[in-house]
Design a protein around this ligand. Structure first.
Ligand SMILES: [Cu+2]
Length: 281
């Protein structure tokens, strides 16, 4: 009975979440079972690869389970008192080698296709450099010469509608319908820039720049993510918000951002100076 109630509640939550969720934001929903709704071409391809893999692994698991059950029943001691002493069977050995190879080939084709698609960062519209710090993110727009830190908003300071543990003071604002090259690096320990709905998860490592791209679809929407590499005591408190806005709103935002977050030609991201000072001492 209790199981039924829990099950019904989870289905209702999932349906409510599905109806209410997608319009404004991509974020985890109560009782969510699957992926967040994929946003952009990379996430859609990743989701369809996942769906294919789910079919393959389910079929394999059911087949192996059926074989096990059949063997246990058919060859139990009472119905099979004298066990076979067969040690080789060439046909079966060929089959259990060739069939898994074929399955792996079927999986490899879409998998490599997606890997190469994700690797192709040439046709992007703009660049954002992202630096992981203990425990916040820094975003730089090199073409606009702006850069700013992005900190979590304390639970006590959340405005109505802002999700707990996921909201930040300065989101990474981007125009809708753009392909954005991300240059991801770090300033101290390893972090990981992870936005599930955009299917991006890339390590941020000091002294190294990892290049990826995201395909931000049309529509004003916030895509929520978090650091995904244990990076110290406040690891759970450095969320990510990629805020897609209309081209017009982006232009308006840029005007104020250039005022507020202007960088000189040689300005380093905040945090790196601290490290240099610390190592000089
Ligand atoms: Cu972390």
């Amino acid at each position: 009975m209790r199981l039924h109630i829990t099950l019904c509640a989870s289905i209702i939550f999932a349906v409510i979440g599905f109806i209410a969720g997608p319009a404004l934001a991509s974020e985890p929903l109560p009782w969510q079972m699957g992926f967040q709704e994929p946003a952009g071409s990379i996430a859609e391809k990743a989701q369809s690869l996942h769906d294919l893999l789910l079919i393959v692994i389910t079929a394999i698991s059911v087949f192996v389970l059926a074989l096990l059950v059949y063997t246990c029943v058919r060859y139990r001691e009472s119905s099979n008192p004298v066990p076979s002493k067969t040690s080789h069977n060439t046909t079966i050995e060929v089959l259990w080698t060739v069939i898994p190879v074929l399955i792996l080939v079927v999986i490899a084709v879409p998998s490599f296709r997606l890997l190469y698609y994700m690797d192709e960062t040439k046709n992007t519209d703009m660049v954002v450099k992202i630096t992981g710090n203990q425990w916040y993110w820094n975003y730089e727009y090199p073409d606009e010469k702006i850069g700013f830190d992005s900190y979590i908003i304390d639970e006590a300071d959340l405005a109505p509608g802002q999700p707990r543990l996921l909201s930040v003071d300065n989101p990474m604002v981007v125009p809708e319908g753009t392909r954005i090259k991300l240059l991801i690096t770090g300033n101290d320990v390893m972090h990981s820039f992870f936005v599930p709905s955009l299917a991006v998860q890339t390590y941020s490592i000091i002294g190294r720049v990892n290049e990826v791209w995201i395909d931000v679809p049309m529509g004003a929407k916030s895509y929520y993510g978090q650091c995904n590499q244990i990076c110290g005591v406040n690891h759970a408190y450095m969320p990510i918000v990629v805020k897609a806005v209309s081209q017009q709103d982006y232009a308006t935002w840029l005007v104020t951002a250039k005022d507020e977050f202007a960088m000189g030609d040689n300005v380093q991201p905040s945090g790196s100076q601290d490290i240099q000072l610390a190592s000089a001492q």
